[in-house]
Design a protein around this ligand. Structure first.
Ligand SMILES: *Cc1c(COP(=O)(O)O)cnc(C)c1O
Length: 518
């Protein structure tokens, strides 16, 4: 609608009874009415989510073009705003809570988590000092202590909540750097001829957040040495030992190793015990990036697989927002030397000083990271841990792993498909390998004399087409990676609503799509 001229404003229509008041917030009565309606809307959203396409079927800029170019001068009724959420916003979403979302790492929220977020928005505290949000400071300690015990990690591991694993790992590497006692906090890294190149090590399968951390910390990407992985995508600990030795010989300063428990491509698990041996021998900080797989550590029979030797780490991160049904965002960093993190980041201006007695035995959140104010994230985690309980959460993760193994067994049993990586947890890496002669179901491409490179190119193109065709049906969403040069489909189970029926339908759809894509 074109903007009204000033003189038109002198004679406005009578304000609608549900328009915002001239000053102050929405009335309590209106808040209650819209709040109830909104919870009803969310409840219907979850009930009917499978009627929506998983992957948003909008074009780039479609939403932008459907909305006004400037904010309204006069406030609008909440009903109109919520109607637009329904009509314009929801269709422009990719529905992460759809039970057939199998892409990347399938993650999902949960009812207690949503309630926690709602309350956190209502309280709107900024947890910087203990006194600015005592409940946030103390509940963080309680929830992270509960989670630490569920994971079977040692008591010395103190936890801090950040937004994402990228930020958790950045703080871990910052702590490792502080631990060097090279006065980098004060002197920085630039213009210092007294410092050699500092080295961080991670496997070639490590997450890109480690690259970003060394960029942000001023170490530079050349300080990150990528260690080769074995055939099953796990860091080669002997190659790590050799690299550290070589760097030392060359006058570099190794200081930190990042082991990945559950890599992003295949969920492979680095040999933490062997890596910890190298770290202990060479006095290197061991950080474990268990963003996805760490949550599986609460399942008794999976714990030895995922958290073996992790008690020897200096720090470890995991994301409850990935596989513990916690609404984004909430990442946890456990640190054996929390005082080093404090030393790296504590900086208290006069206007934030409080009597020492007030912070005895409690924490000021701002002292443990880059941020001053922090959201009350622990509330949702505490509510989730209480609502589902340790056993309930473990049962859900266990079921996801069962569903992934089931899917993998169908892939293995069918000669038109193959697995491309082991399936230790809930992600399956696979691809279609149909015969060259599509009509002859039993035909063998190799027997037909197809050269290896022609076959490789054919299968890459076919699997990419297959993925796009399956995703464009809206019935599921899978993603891909590249393993040993091969275009690889990834099916990740992790959504709280995913059942065996959804996994079966995914398999059926992929087979139907393969038939039509050939
Ligand atoms: C997902 C993931 C990350 C990044 O997580 P964010 O919380 O989005 O920063 C880091 N490392 C690994 C291994 C991951 O799987």
């Amino acid at each position: 609608m074109p903007r009204m001229k000033n003189d038109d404003r002198d004679a406005p229509d009578a304000p609608r009874p549900d328009a915002p008041p001239p000053t102050g917030d929405m009335s309590a009565e209106e808040f209650r009415r819209h709040g109830h309606a909104l919870i009803d809307w969310i409840s219907d959203y979850f009930t009917n989510i499978e009627a929506r396409p998983v992957l948003a079927q909008v074009k780039p800029r479609e939403l932008i073009e459907s909305l006004p170019t400037a904010a309204p001068a006069a406030g609008e009724p909440m009903d109109d705003i919520l109607a637009d959420v329904d009509k314009l916003i929801a269709p422009a979403l990719t529905h992460w809570n759809h039970p057939s979302f199998f892409a990347y790492f399938a993650t999902s929220t949960s009812a207690p988590g949503i309630f926690g977020e709602l309350l956190s928005a209502a309280f709107d505290v900024k947890s910087l000092l203990w006194r600015t949000a005592p409940a946030a400071a103390e509940l963080e300690e309680v929830a992270l202590s509960w989670l630490r015990q569920m994971l079977g990690l040692p008591d010395e591991f103190a936890g801090v909540i950040y937004d994402t694993a990228s930020v958790s790992s950045l703080h871990a590497i910052a702590a490792a750097r502080e631990h060097l006692a090279l006065d980098i906090r004060e002197q920085g890294l630039s213009g210092r001829p007294d410092l050699p190149l500092l080295r961080v090590y991670a496997s070639e399968q490590a997450h890109s957040s480690i690259d970003k951390a060394v960029i942000a910390l001023g170490l530079g990407q050349r300080s990150l040495r990528k260690i080769p992985a074995d055939a099953d995508f796990r860091m080669d600990a002997d190659a790590l030992a050799r690299a550290v030795e070589e760097d030392k010989r060359d006058g570099l300063l190794p200081f930190c190793v990042v082991a990945t428990v559950g890599t992003t491509s295949t969920t492979s698990i680095d040999p933490v015990a062997a890596i910890a041996d190298v770290c202990e021998r060479r006095k290197l900080w061991l950080h474990v990036d268990a963003a996805y797989a760490g949550s599986a550590g609460i399942v008794p029979e999976l714990r030895p697989l995922v958290l073996d030797a992790c008690e020897r780490a200096d720090s470890l991160t995991l994301n409850p927002h990935k596989w513990l049904f916690t609404p984004f965002d909430l990442s946890v960093l456990y640190c054996r030397r929390i005082e080093v993190l404090h030393r790296a980041f504590s900086l208290v201006p006069e206007y934030l000083r409080t009597p020492a007695a007030e912070t005895e035995g409690v924490r000021n959140g701002a002292d443990y990271g880059v941020q001053l104010g922090r959201r009350f994230r622990s509330l949702k985690l505490w509510m989730i841990l209480r609502y589902f309980g340790h056993d309930g959460l473990a049962a859900r993760i266990r079921e996801h792993c069962r569903l992934a193994r089931l899917f993998a067994s169908w892939v293995e049993a069918d000669p038109r498909w193959e697995l491309l990586a082991p399936v230790p947890l809930s992600v399956v890496c696979f691809r279609a390998v149909p015969p060259l002669n599509a009509a002859g179901e039993t035909g063998d491409a190799r027997a037909a004399g197809e050269p290896d490179d022609a076959r490789a190119a054919r299968l890459d193109a076919l699997n990419e087409r297959l993925m796009h065709a399956a995703n464009s049906t809206g019935a599921l969403f899978i993603s891909h990676t590249r393993l040993h040069g091969k275009f690889t489909l990834r099916l990740a189970v992790g959504n709280i609503r995913t059942t065996e029926e959804h996994v079966r339908r995914a398999w059926q759809l992929l087979n139907d799509t393969l038939h039509t894509t050939l």
